[in-house]
Design a protein around this ligand. Structure first.
Ligand code: 13P
Length: 341
């Protein structure tokens, strides 16, 4: 294991004022996003849209790396250059999603287990050769109090897989992003979200310890502690920030290299507000930044989709703006007046 390389990559991923762009939607998921703006799910459209994002001027100022899907890491941009070369030139490290998706867990109705460990060592070696510096594996935890989920068995199985994946990544010189997403779908309140997040994180770090994963070369990608989207009691930005930071302080070792949040269905502004409020509660033991998918892309894809032949630079301005806003939020220096600047 090349410890020095892992530490350097991890530190660069969460450099001050920088976060990660998640554009690793599977072919099915990007198809839904393209369809929502009136475009077909073709390889050319996927390439044109993602190339638009990755060629945003000065993207490297606030984006340290981007998580790619298998297709993109092998793909060439419209000028014939490899996407990974375009990224490296822009100062954006290539990352790769390596799980093969969350599937129904046998014997546990309504719960999902993430697959992809078989053959992972060889795939990671290939991805490292293709230029991947870090990887992502997403586990999905579902809260449904009526059905009694999540079960301990589901949390254990998902965290065990995350830890095996992380160990294999580090062996290949790749920094693992471990992502245990507690879904925000449902009627549960923020206290339930807190309890499930705490249990999941404590279980995860136990498994990472058992599998001898180097925390200094690992990045955590958690969901924020928020009430379910159908919970009648929604809470303030301050409440989300306090609950999330308190949960992390109770569950995450200080040795960890950094934390980058997923947005999980929050609006662009909510995701920025929450991150900023959390950083205002610092100093904290780890950098707290972002690895948003939808909360970085929502405005950009709408503008691009309205007319891809004319709106490339307008879409890039949208992405550049959100990256800058979240860059400030990662330092606790954002305020809503900046949105109009
Ligand atoms: P969202 O920010 O849209 O939740 O996506 C982040 C991600 O990478 C989920 O795995």
């Amino acid at each position: 294991m090349n410890v020095e390389q892992l530490l350097e990559t991890a530190a660069n991923m969460v450099a001050p004022g920088k976060g990660i762009l998640a554009i690793d939607e599977s072919t099915g998921t990007i198809g839904k996003r393209l369809d929502s703006v009136g475009h077909e799910n073709t390889e050319n459209n996927r390439r044109d849209y993602r190339e638009t994002l990755l060629t945003t001027a000065d993207i490297g100022e606030h984006i340290s790396g981007a998580i790619l899907y298998d297709e993109t890491i092998r793909q060439k941009g419209s000028n014939g250059d490899l996407m990974v070369d375009i990224m490296n030139e822009a100062g954006v490290m290539p990352g790769i999603k390596v799980d093969t998706g969350a599937h129904p867990m046998a014997g546990f109705d309504g719960e999902l287990i993430t697959e992809g460990l078989d053959g992972l060592r060889a795939r990671l070696e290939e991805y490292a050769e293709l230029g991947a510096k870090f990887a992502k594996w997403r586990a999905v935890i579902t809260i449904n109090e009526e059905n009694g989920t999540p079960s301990q068995a589901n949390i254990d199985a998902n965290c065990h897989a995350l830890a095996r994946y992380a160990a294999l990544c580090q062996e290949a010189g790749i920094v693992p992003i471990v992502e245990p997403e507690i879904l925000m779908n449902g009627v549960h309140d923020i206290d339930t979200a807190y309890d499930v997040s705490e249990l999941t994180l404590k279980t995860l770090f136990n498994h990472l310890y058992e599998q001898d994963v180097l925390l200094e070369g690992t990045i955590l990608k958690p969901s924020m502690v928020v009430p379910g989207d159908k919970c009648p009691e929604q809470v303030s930005v301050e409440d989300v920030a306090e609950a999330t930071v308190s949960c992390l302080m109770n569950s995450v070792p200080a040795a960890l290299a950094g934390i980058v949040f997923l947005s999980g269905g929050q609006t662009e502004i909510e995701a920025t507000d929450h991150l900023n409020e959390m950083n205002k509660l610092g100093p904290l033991p780890w950098p707290l930044s972002f690895s948003y998918g939808r909360a970085l892309q929502a405005s950009a894809i709408k503008v691009w989709g309205a007319d891809p032949s004319k709106n490339v630079s307008a879409a890039q301005q949208e992405l550049g703006h959100r990256a800058r806003m979240n860059g400030f939020a990662a330092l606790g220096e954002y305020n809503s007046n900046m949105e109009s600047s």
